[in-house]
Design a binder for this molecule. Structure first.
Ligand SMILES: [Zn+2]
Ligand SMILES: [Zn+2]
Length: 347
């Protein structure tokens, strides 16, 4: 089969590789029908994720069709359409039972193993371990693109932004960073009943997108952002400030615009230390949360997609055939230039 293979920092290629086979009785093999590229894949290509070794097939988000099942698999059969989420869950270990598959003990204490610790789904076929406790049947009548982004960014925005941030109906929230994950946070915050959603970004093109994803206010990032956000809230600050960039300046902004008693929900993937100004924050009664998605909300999100309450497919701005994946990487890596959010790759 063909797959997108990591060849070390800066190196990727659409290569001929061996077909995957069943290794454990809880595995299934899936024919990948639709997949996408994540910002994390770009980090891997930069060499930021040393656990990913040369020769690894990348990708951790897919919709596919089951073509083979392991001996212990009884609730999945050939021909089933499934969503393969970023997080694998053995369903048996302590963290999985506690609803925190992000830290599943079965494979190295982390649930994100596709395209990381094992071969991923940017390929014609993929081996899916712990299949019954990890994948989700795609509801009938729902298209691949309607559910593809439920593999990673929508549950990330919902669990790490909205749930960790404890967004309540009527809340005013700020989402700093209007990239795909920030937009997913806005979309799910709107569903959770947030009243005012303030999108903050350095790019006006992304702020325009934000308005399609539930933002009621937009603020251009930079030195005036803090004052503008505070002005919208009559100086009090927002109930929840979500960080969806992953750099010190945006995290700091979140801590400066959150109201006393509010929550800073960090979603961004950080690569450098950040100064936490406890000398100012200790007195504010704020909560700061972080996290890696577990995917516990995917069944809820699937129902919302099925019933037309959430148009997740709006995140897909560029379409490619799976064998055009190298071109898709070029477009996604230069997202600003192409006004791209997520790419959709179809087999
Ligand atoms: Zn991802
Ligand atoms: Zn587990």
């Amino acid at each position: 089969m063909k797959a997108l293979v990591f060849g070390g920092p800066g190196q990727r290629s659409w290569d001929d590789v061996d077909d995957p086979g069943i290794q454990d009785p809880t595995d299934v093999i899936v024919k990948v029908d639709t997949t996408t590229i994540c910002g994390t894949d770009l980090h891997i290509l930069k060499g930021d994720v040393p656990a990913v070794t040369e020769g690894r097939i990348l990708g951790h988000e897919a919709v596919g069709t089951v073509v083979e099942t392991g001996a212990a698999v009884s609730s999945l059969k050939q021909g089933d359409r499934v969503l393969v989420p970023a997080i694998t869950s053995c369903g048996r270990c302590g963290p999985c039972k506690a609803g925190m598959a992000a830290h599943c003990d079965a494979v190295g204490g982390i649930g994100w193993i596709f395209g990381h610790l094992i071969d991923g789904v940017q390929a014609q076929y993929a081996r899916v371990p712990y299949a019954e406790t990890s994948v989700h049947h795609v509801p009938e009548g729902v298209s691949d693109e309607q559910v593809l982004f439920l593999a990673d960014i929508l549950p990330t925005g919902y669990e790490i932004g909205v749930q960790n941030g404890r967004v309540r109906p009527g809340d005013t929230i700020a989402v700093v960073g209007a990239g795909p994950v920030g937009l997913a946070a806005m979309m799910t915050a709107a569903i959770a009943g947030a009243g005012r959603i303030i999108a903050v970004d350095m790019a006006t093109s992304r702020l325009r997108h934000a308005e399609r994803f539930g933002a009621t206010h937009t603020v251009l990032g930079g030195e005036n952002a803090e004052q503008e956000i505070l002005a919208i809230t009559d100086g009090a600050g927002v109930d929840v400030a979500m960080e969806a960039v992953g750099v010190p300046a945006t995290f700091d902004l979140c801590t400066r615009v959150v109201r006393a008693g509010g929550t800073v929900a960090n979603i961004g993937v950080h690569g450098a230390p950040t100064t936490l100004h406890l000398e100012e924050l200790w007195i504010k009664n704020i909560t700061i949360t972080t996290g890696l998605v577990s995917g516990t909300t995917i069944p809820t999100l699937l129902k919302l997609a099925r019933d037309g309450k959430m148009e997740a497919e709006k995140l897909g701005t560029h379409d490619f055939a799976l064998d055009q994946i190298e071109e898709a990487y070029d477009v996604f890596a230069a997202a600003g230039e192409h006004d791209a959010l997520k790419v959709v790759l179809r087999a």
